[in-house]
Structure formats: C-alpha cells, structure tokens
Write a protein that binds this ligand. Structure first.
Ligand SMILES: [Zn+2]
Length: 253
C-alpha cells in the first residue's frame, strides 16, 4: 500500500567483481526486515573503480539466486560501466556517462546484450539504472524501442510518472535519511563502498521506518500520471541546489 512517505532501496554496482561479504551482509539485513531492494547489475564490468576483488562467477550466481528467492528486483546498470566525459546527461548529476553521446545502434547493442545477460541469470525484470545517471534522448529512444516496458530509476521528482513512453521512478537520496515530505523516496546505496558504520546506520534506518518500504515491482504496477516539463525543471533545480550545497560544505571544511 502507498503511504504518504514511501521508501525504495536501490543497491548499485553488483557484478562478478563485487565485495561479496558486504553485499551478503546487506541482503541479509534486508531479508531480516522484509525489505526487497533493487539490485543494479553491471553485466560485463570493466571499470576498475567498481571492481573489488578477482572475478567470481560462481559466487555471483549464488548471490543472484539468493536475491531472487528473497523477491528482490533487478536492474540493468550499464554494460561495462566504463565512463567518458560529457555535458549532455538529461539528469545532470555528473559530467560523465557510459551511454550519453553513443550512437543509437551502439546503445541498442549494449542495452539488448545487457538485458540478455540478466535473462541468462533467470532475471525477467526490466528496470534501468544508468551508470552515473548518464543517459540521453538516444538512450530513451532505445529503451522505448524494446519489446518489454522498461522502467527507469532516476530523476529528482516527488512521485513516479511517465515521460517519453517510459515509467520513471524517482531517485533522490544517496544515504538513509528520514523524509517528512510526502513522496516516493529512492535511497541509492553503493554496498561495495559502505563502511561498518554505514551498514549499521542503514540497519537502524530500516528498523525505524520499517512500515514505509515498498518494492520496485509493486510501485511500477501502480497507476501514475505523466511527468510535466515543470517536474523536469524542478528536478534540474533540486540537483543544482544539491551541487551548490556540496560545494559550500567543501568550502567550509
Ligand atoms: Zn555504478
């Protein structure tokens, strides 16, 4: 059931090179508290920044099967996660991307191969999480051309909605944070980089707000309106404000 304030948990950068101990700890915490997060998977990781050990395909397959049995949702998170510089991301969080600026045919190949990889692991979900929030209008055209309905996790909106023929579930927080404001809040975490203290804070947060967590498939199956130009404008302003706040904090510390 939708509440006034709702949370989704998204976990980025799962791959055959991930930090299995940290991920397994976090999945166990989620299972213990009845939370089914979204696992964003890099099919063929080739980005040193998100490689945390030697490749371990068997352990990765066990991890996926454990998450499938815990009713987690899954997203495609790029193909190799290799990033290049760009100023053309629709969601302007970073100045780099894997998809942005790449041709339609190349992006289609990356995205189709990515979803095929997920299917080879027994995953049918069609959630889409672009590395570094980096995607452009060509990416949206590719996603719209696929046979199954793709759902994007991105954008600083209050509620989900449709744009470019695709459902967008907003993503606004990068650490566990209680919100008073009505809305659907997606908290994006990077388990590979989380410290023991981060994991404890996450556990304390989900115990405190336990009634307000939803899962991605439930949210994607609700009725949502179209997102407006104002929604995208406000998303842009909120992200700009976050960057200014970050800059001020750096100046003051
Ligand atoms: Zn990533």
């Amino acid at each position: 059931m939708l509440n006034d304030t709702n949370y989704l948990i998204r976990l980025d950068d799962a791959s055959t090179y991930m930090d299995f101990d940290k991920w397994n700890t976090i999945i166990e915490i989620c299972k213990e508290h009845g939370i089914a997060p979204l696992i964003a998977i890099i099919p063929k990781c080739n980005d040193n920044e998100v490689m945390f050990g030697p490749e371990d395909i068997d352990q990765f397959d066990d991890f996926i099967n454990n998450c499938l049995s815990a009713n987690c949702s899954f997203a495609l998170h790029g193909y190799t996660h290799e990033l290049h510089n760009t100023n053309d991301n629709i969601i302007d969080v970073n100045q780099y991307a894997e998809y942005t600026g790449v041709s339609f045919s190349e992006q289609k190949k990356m995205i189709e191969s990515g979803f095929e990889y997920l299917e080879s692991k027994g995953i049918q979900d069609r959630f889409f999480v672009a590395p570094a929030h980096g995607f452009d209008h060509t990416t949206l055209a590719v996603l719209g051309s696929l046979s199954k309905d793709v759902v994007i996790s991105d954008g600083y909106f209050n509620w989900p909605g449709y744009s470019d023929g695709l459902l967008w579930l907003p993503q606004q927080l990068w650490r566990p944070l209680s919100k008073e404001k009505r809305g659907l809040w997606t908290i994006c975490l990077h388990p590979n980089n989380m410290t023991k203290e981060d994991i404890s804070a996450f556990k304390a947060f989900i115990i405190k707000d336990n009634n307000n967590f939803l899962d991605f498939n439930f949210v994607a199956n609700q009725e949502w309106k179209k997102l407006s130009y104002l929604d995208f404008f406000l998303s842009k302003m909120r992200i700009r404000w976050l960057k200014i706040k970050k800059f001020i904090i750096i100046l003051l510390t």
